[in-house]
Write a protein that binds this ligand. Structure first.
Ligand SMILES: Cc1cc2nc3c(=O)[nH]c(=O)nc-3n(C[C@H](O)[C@H](O)[C@H](O)COP(=O)(O)OP(=O)(O)OC[C@H]3O[C@@H](n4cnc5c(N)ncnc54)[C@H](O)[C@@H]3O)c2cc1C
Ligand code: FES
Length: 231
């Protein structure tokens, strides 16, 4: 159990939750969060936004009952957190681009903070948020509101590209990577539905070129050329 230290609105329907914990984690890993006893049934997977010595921060978008309950949390409330889970982001080779669409920006801040020299590309549908925070940890920060941020990046300029965002954006990332053809260069972080978070239920199954994998334990980060995206 962790104690909520703060829970701030950073944009319409977007909250930043800070909890007291020294469990830490690597960039790209996630926690299973639960702010209720029985309903909803399952804990919800949320990426690590940032870690300090005694704090973990989570950036979340309200989409349903679970995330709405997170929004209602107040300082001093208890929150059940289990983790960190998942493989996290890979070792970076050469220059790094971090590409986030919508709430897919959530796992990128901690990575940018750790590596310090990443170019960061953030795409928002309506309203940009946390831009100063990202600017402070990026070599170059590129923001796009509306349209696709992918138009602003040339994958050939980077040794490693890491992307997180909606399904359509990640599929477009795969098409861009196919033009380059260099394996293990572009990675995507998948946000499949999850139930257990520890490899026991198969709810998070990902179709890959060499069979099915589990987003929670084999991922959530995969080389983009491995993933078979549905239409
Ligand atoms: C590894 C991982 C990391 C994640 N990190 C974050 C994060 O940092 N911040 C954040 O806001 N969200 C993140 N998510 C997504 C988050 O887990 C879901 O939005 C959340 O579980 C929804 O719970 P809910 O009870 O609010 O909504 P529900 O009532 O469960 O669902 C409401 C609506 O959202 C849709 N939905 C639910 N989960 C997902 C999903 N995973 N992908 C697409 N649509 C979904 C449902 O189909 C439904 O239409 C992550 C997911 C994974 C797997
Ligand atoms: S969420 Fe249960 S196996 Fe991945």
């Amino acid at each position: 159990m962790a104690t909520v230290m703060s829970n701030k609105k950073v944009a319409d329907g977007i909250g930043l939750l800070e909890v007291e914990s020294s469990q830490g984690g690597k960039p790209g890993q996630f926690y299973m969060l639960r702010a209720w006893d029985q309903y909803p049934l399952l804990s919800r997977p949320i990426s690590i936004f940032d870690v300090t010595e005694d704090r973990i921060l989570f950036l979340y978008q309200i989409v349903g009952e679970g995330t709405r309950r997170f929004y209602e949390l107040r300082p001093g409330d208890d929150l059940q957190i289990e983790g960190p889970f998942g493989n996290g982001f890979p070792e970076v080779k050469g220059s790094l681009a971090l590409v986030g669409g919508g709430i897919g920006i959530a796992p990128l801040y901690y990575m940018a903070k750790k590596v310090t020299d990443a170019d960061v590309y953030l795409g928002f549908s309506k309203e940009a948020y946390l831009t100063e925070e990202f600017r402070n940890v990026s070599k170059e920060l590129h923001i796009r509101v509306g349209g696709t941020v992918l138009e602003q990046i040339d994958f050939k300029d980077y040794g490693t590209v890491i992307a997180c965002g909606p399904h359509g954006m990640l599929k477009a990332v795969q098409q861009m990577q196919e033009v380059i053809g260099q394996p293990n260069h572009v990675y995507v972080s998948l946000e499949n539905r999850m139930a257990c978070g520890i490899g026991a239920c198969l709810v998070c199954s990902v179709k890959c070129k060499d069979g099915r994998k589990k987003a929670c334990t084999d991922g959530p980060v995969f080389p983009v050329e491995e993933v078979v995206f549905n239409d």
